[in-house]
Design a protein around this ligand. Structure first.
Ligand code: GLC
Length: 454
């Protein structure tokens, strides 16, 4: 239904633009604006919280990569499991914090490339319940808490397992255990193992989203990626799968580096650390401020994507205060500005407003995110539509605006100037809602000679 009404609106927008003598304008690209039913919750969510939790938090070494890159021996790496306690682990508090941040979904590392499972896997001995003094499945209580909060559940699962005897590679530039073409039966044994673990996870948790990782080590054919994804989709036709499965996923996953140019993927999610590490690392204190993270969230929103923000709990289950602070501020801001976060779509080209922007799903509200304190009025160029109202989101007050350069004898739109009083500013990012009399149309011309009309 929502899909149909959007098509009608877009068609109407196009019709209104294409009349002769009308200014050049950019109606929304239908392909970019319509949402597959399956992807709807994801597209609307905008914020998710990623959790990297594993034995690497004990000594604060890089998750899995520290032994792969030979910074630590595999033996010493695995020995961290003997000191992984989960002694102050409160899964309900984790879920509560995630919900308070305004995130609509969470993705947790059920198993990283080191192969240590957080749950009680029957397919392997490498798990927190088997190897650590925590002595219990630490995944199930979190999943229960996430579901109780009404959040969507994503499971990160590493396709590669560098500790498994049937997985070929295990260290950088090392001699592999074997070559797959020379021993396909052994490789099949490994695939059966991955499949057995995935079956356990499906049976126990039936996640809304699979977040695969590590596909780069083998081709789609070697992973049997087509077969695997078909199985997951058959089991749950609504399941969403990230892109890290050699071309078989639903959405792109740029990592840490914030996209400068809008990603080509219709759906995408920036996975992002708060300091410079995925898992907990004692020495890494390069935490971003809440304001920096908020700006990145708004950047993702304005480019039509999601932010999957990572936290790295300690081995005992506590979450570093700097990370809690970021999530709390996200919660304050997303709560106040909910209408300019959830369900929004990518904004208009930057030439029109010197700020991040987005639009509502019917494209008749333009949201402008002020990440700087304005000096003087905010300017919009090339907006064809008439403005009905401009308000401050989460504040309710209406703002005055003036239009300059609107000549009666041309269709070239005027310059809109909006006054934003200092008292209306948010402590972080202020959002203006510009309501128009129809789906937004933009003048994209480079100017013209204004012959005098009547
Ligand atoms: C990378 C890394 C991994 C991390 C992941 C999160 O692929 O291999 O350590 O968990 O990205 O995006």
């Amino acid at each position: 239904m929502r899909k149909l009404s959007l098509i009608i609106l877009l068609a109407a927008a196009f019709a209104r633009c294409s009349g002769s003598g009308a200014p050049q304008c950019t109606p929304y690209d239908a392909k970019k604006t319509l949402t597959d039913e399956k992807m709807e919750w994801f597209d609307d969510a905008k914020l998710g919280i990623f959790i990297h939790w594993g034995i690497y938090a004990v000594d604060g070494v890089g998750e899995s990569w520290s032994f792969f890159n030979k910074h630590i021996s595999h033996k010493d790496y695995m020995a961290q499991a003997e000191r992984f306690t989960a002694s102050r682990y409160e899964p309900e508090e984790w879920a509560d914090l995630i919900a308070r941040s305004g995130a609509k979904y969470t993705v947790i590392t059920s198993k990283h490339h080191d192969g240590v499972a957080l749950w009680d896997t029957r397919a392997d001995k490498k798990s927190i319940p088997e190897l650590s003094p925590a002595c219990r499945d630490v995944l199930t209580p979190f999943v229960d808490a996430v579901k109780a909060k009404g959040l969507k559940l994503g499971l990160y699962y590493s396709l590669i397992d560098w500790s498994h005897p049937d997985y070929p590679n295990y260290e950088r530039d090392g001699v592999p255990r074997y070559e797959i073409p020379e021993d396909p039966a052994r490789w099949q044994k490994f695939l059966d193992f991955d499949n057995a673990q995935l079956n356990e996870l499906i049976e126990a948790y039936n996640p809304d989203l699979w977040w695969f990782d590590g596909d780069w080590e083998q081709s789609a054919e070697t992973w049997k990626a087509g077969e695997l994804t078909a199985k997951l989709r058959k089991r749950n036709p609504k399941v969403i799968i990230n892109s890290r499965i050699q071309g078989y996923g639903d959405y792109g996953t740029p990592e840490i580096g914030v996209p400068v140019v809008r990603p080509a993927d219709r759906y995408w999610e920036l996975c992002y650390t708060i300091n410079d590490s995925w898992g907990f690392q004692h020495r890494d204190v390069n935490f971003k401020s809440p304001m920096m993270v908020l700006k990145t969230l708004v950047d993702c929103i304005s480019n039509g994507g999601n932010l999957l923000l990572d936290i790295g709990p300690r081995e005992d289950g506590t979450i570093p205060a700097e990370e809690v602070e970021v999530l709390e501020e996200l919660g304050r801001w997303t709560g106040k500005h909910a209408e300019a976060v959830y369900g929004t779509r990518a904004g208009i080209p930057g030439e029109h407003v010197k700020a991040y922007t987005s639009v509502n799903s019917t494209a008749d509200i333009l949201y402008i995110y002020l990440t700087y304190k304005p000096v003087g009025p905010i300017e919009i160029k090339g907006l064809v539509d008439n403005i009905k109202r401009i308000r401050v989101v989460g504040d309710g007050r209406e703002l005055k605006w003036k239009v300059y350069n609107k000549l009666s004898w041309t269709d070239v739109p005027g310059l809109v100037e909006i006054d934003v009083p200092e008292s209306a500013l948010d402590s972080a990012i202020t959002v203006l809602a510009v309501e128009t009399d129809g789906p937004i149309r933009l003048y994209r011309g480079s100017g013209q000679v204004m012959t005098m009309g009547n």
